[in-house]
Write a protein that binds this ligand. Structure first.
Ligand SMILES: Cc1cc2nc3c(=O)[nH]c(=O)nc-3n(C[C@H](O)[C@H](O)[C@H](O)COP(=O)(O)OP(=O)(O)OC[C@H]3O[C@@H](n4cnc5c(N)ncnc54)[C@H](O)[C@@H]3O)c2cc1C
Length: 410
């Protein structure tokens, strides 16, 4: 096999959301970069399936929102343009749509299409890395080698390369939550009345965070977020008799959806929470899931990816490349970046808080749970009474404050 060596400033290992966004940003900034991933086209994969307003606002800072959003389906543009919030079969609020539905492979492939053509994509698996203060060496499964000033490790959940250079993965919450995804359609009507619906569980014993229905193209997609073990017989029932299992879990959901049909495959995937240790080292920087995972139910993973990559490619890499060497002190600037730290802390706190808010039966969590729905209902009532601006301000402020206060408390 003929061995070739390519020189670049930044070798990006992994072309998922984090790596592809980094390649697009660096390429557009005129920084020499190379993306390495085993797949020319990112394959179907159950991950994030929608971007909310807050994630879109971080995406905008990458300069890539205009390349991505046309591929997504904005719920504000479908049916009544409203996202319904409900529990016990009753509507708590109908707020303006703010979610962009997009399957994960479409999201990553849209990001890849935004990578300038002068950024090379090597279709191969990285089998080895050698990192140090000055020059980094990357070995590929096709026998080629890449020499770089910096390695961006964006290979998601894989562990082999991290192991190789002594970066440890510490699982802090195994099977923290499980995502169940499928398409639904009304059994007796052409379409649902709502653009999107978030339905909260009726009992803590059901170990559910919420069900969310949102449009992707002409389909209505469902994400059901639960806190169970993967050997729980309920998952078997959900896979084999989904309509019955869903309505047994949420008996009053039918008041809003009518009878439904679940179409196509049901995808079920658990998510562990983990962090990295030993990552403060020369020559290599970890982003996205490679650095740490988030809880899918909390819906902060994509925001975390965009925050990491935005800070890295807008601020740190351009700065690092202006001087020689890529020592651990330079790399530490990224891990200590206050925006990154604050988002990571908020993401972790929210993962645990949402779990407790959904299933913890202690007095204090029951109280918080009830207050949450009272507050939601109050916002909905204000909106119905025509105090629309006030209700929207309260709702959007609530989201911003949630991240801020969670970060403060962490
Ligand atoms: C079931 C599930 C549901 C989720 N739902 C949500 C949600 O609703 N909202 C939200 O915000 N977040 C959600 N997330 C989290 C979010 O999707 C992830 O945080 C995000 O996809 C991570 O992107 P990444 O680029 O770090 O990793 P990935 O997208 O996994 O990319 C890793 C890439 O590295 C490549 N790779 C691996 N090994 C090598 C190698 N040796 N050499 C070269 N390339 C390699 C892979 O082929 C892949 O392309 C969910 C996650 C899961 C698991």
């Amino acid at each position: 096999m003929k061995r070739t060596t390519t020189d670049t400033d930044v070798a990006i290992i992994g072309g998922g959301l984090a790596g592809s966004t980094a390649a697009a940003m660096l390429g557009r900034a005129g920084i020499s970069a190379m993306l390495i991933d085993p797949h020319l086209i990112y394959p179907p994969d159950l991950r994030c399936e929608k971007l909310d307003d807050e994630q879109v606002s971080i995406l905008r800072k990458t300069g890539l929102a205009d390349a991505i959003l046309p591929t997504a389906t904005f719920d504000g543009d479908t049916r009544d343009g409203k996202a319904w919030i409900a529990r016990f079969g009753h509507l708590l609020d109908k707020c303006p749509g703010g979610q962009h539905g997009i399957l994960y492979d479409d999201l990553v492939n849209a990001m890849r299409a935004a990578i300038p053509s002068d950024v090379p994509l090597a279709i191969a698996k990285v089998t080895g890395i050698n990192a140090g203060n000055d020059c980094q060496e990357v070995s590929l499964s096709n026998g080629a080698r890449v020499s770089a000033r910096l390695i961006v490790l964006a290979h998601g959940l894989s562990v082999a390369l991290k192991d190789q250079i002594g970066i440890e993965r510490i699982i802090t919450s195994p099977c923290h939550s499980i995502t169940i995804a499928f398409d639904v359609k009304p059994r007796h009507a052409g379409s649902f009345e709502f653009s999107a619906l978030t339905y909260y569980p009726e009992r803590t014993a059901d170990r559910t965070a919420y069900l969310t229905l949102f449009p992707i193209r002409t389909s209505m997609r469902a994400n059901l977020m639960v806190y169970r073990n993967m050997d729980d017989p309920w998952l078997y029932e959900m896979r084999h008799d989904p309509e019955r299992s869903l309505f047994a879990l949420m008996p009053n959901l039918r008041r809003l959806t009518g009878d439904i049909e679940i179409v196509g495959p049901i995808k079920i995937r658990p998510a562990d929470l983990y962090i990295s240790e030993g990552h403060r080292r020369a020559g290599v920087v970890l982003v996205g899931d490679t650095f740490a995972t988030s809880c899918p139910a909390a819906g902060t993973g994509t925001g975390k990816v965009f925050t990491d990559v935005e800070r890295l490619c807008n601020v740190h890499i351009p700065n690092w490349l202006t001087s020689a060497g890529m020592g651990a002190d330079k790399i530490a600037q990224f891990y200590d970046d206050p925006f990154k730290c604050s988002y990571d802390d908020a993401s972790t706190s929210f993962a645990y808080q949402l779990r407790s808010l959904s299933i913890d039966e202690s007095f204090s969590w029951s109280l918080k749970r009830n207050l949450r729905f009272v507050a939601r209902g109050a916002i909905g009532t204000a909106r119905r009474l025509g105090m629309v601006t006030l209700a929207d301000q309260v709702a959007s402020e609530a989201w911003a404050q949630r991240l801020r206060s969670l970060a403060d408390r962490a």
